[in-house]
Ligand binder design. Sequence first.
Ligand code: ARG
Length: 405
Amino acid sequence: MTEAQGVDKRYGVDSEVGPLRTVMLHRPGNELRRLTPRNNDKLLFDGIPWVGRAQEEHDAFAQALRDRDVEVLYLGELLTEALTDPEARSVAVTGAIADLRLGDTLRDYLRTALSDLDPARLAEALMAGVRNDEVRAGGLVTSLLAHEDFLIDPLPNLLFTRDSSVWIRDSVAVTSLAMPARARETQLTELIYTFHPRFAGADKVYDHQLEHVEGGDVLALGPGVLAVGVGERTTPAGVERLARRVFAQGLAHTVLAVPIAQQRATMHLDTVCTMVDVDAVLMYPNMAEEMRAHAVTTDGEQLYVAEPEPFLVAAAKALGIDTLRRIDTGLDPVTAEREQWDDGNNTLALAPRVCIAYERTVETNARLEESGIEVIRISGSELGSGRGGPRCMSCPVLRAPLAVV
Ligand SMILES: NC(=[NH2+])NCCC[C@H](N)C(=O)O
């Protein structure tokens, strides 16, 4: 931690590219071992990853970050530590067994069984889930469910820590995830931010019971300016609610609502657009021209919504700069589409002009380098089966403010 940041500042993010100091990752674990050809679609994976290799790839990703002096926190560890608090355990258990599929007998059984677990085991059950044949509950529901049915669903998408919480300046937004397979993830991030001593006293600006907003849709273009994708995950009502909240807490002066196609390939704004410099974005060429933004501002009472403008124009205005540059990868539409699917546009900036990207998106990376951006390549052959890249797999907790760059 540098002196310029203040001695004990431990969280706060006001841009996409300010030097990254602390990040929360999730090392993939047993929750990935729950994926089968029958459930992978529902669990939002495109295949069945080789778990050991996915872990190796993830360890290399974490090491690449540490090599650049980034502190890596792990969601699983933070959760275990938070669960040493008895109240956290009780909240966690109640949340995990709320599902109406369970019925009273099974719910009571699970409440007792989970409450008896030590923090590490409880964290494991919350992340990897619990299968019907792993407990000896007895009763009607257990007998009628299939052996392999989950009583508590596994959360393989915890890997994508970007989506389940997002820091907006010194406040954390626990998000509200749209897909049923992911909804419970935010119970866990909520527990971490409520009960882990590291975050004691941190302000919250959003919670998981509000309208849908996912972190992959939220880009901090610069201090006071957020861009929020609206599509398959974040709803129009979600961006409106987030805008009201960030304005009320003085965390932003402009929120750009950016419609994106409602399809899996473009599930979040960060699948088509990420920032790589204080004034430069990498954009998916096949969509870059048509991206529009509705600037939302406030006078302190009501919201004002401007007519849509080209994204780069609206963003530059909001940032108060002449131009927001687009790194034009100049790729032909087919190569561009293939590399977009493989998360080529989903870079994680470590500082202005330095980013991490998957090695497999060869052409996009080459164009980035030609534009003066350093690209640190990581392999993601197994990690990529969940359809997420370096930005999706990271939740920046602390970035140095741009002013000191
Ligand atoms: N920020 C992102 N682009 N996250 C990607 C999440 C991928 C995950 N399998 C999902 O479908 O939700």
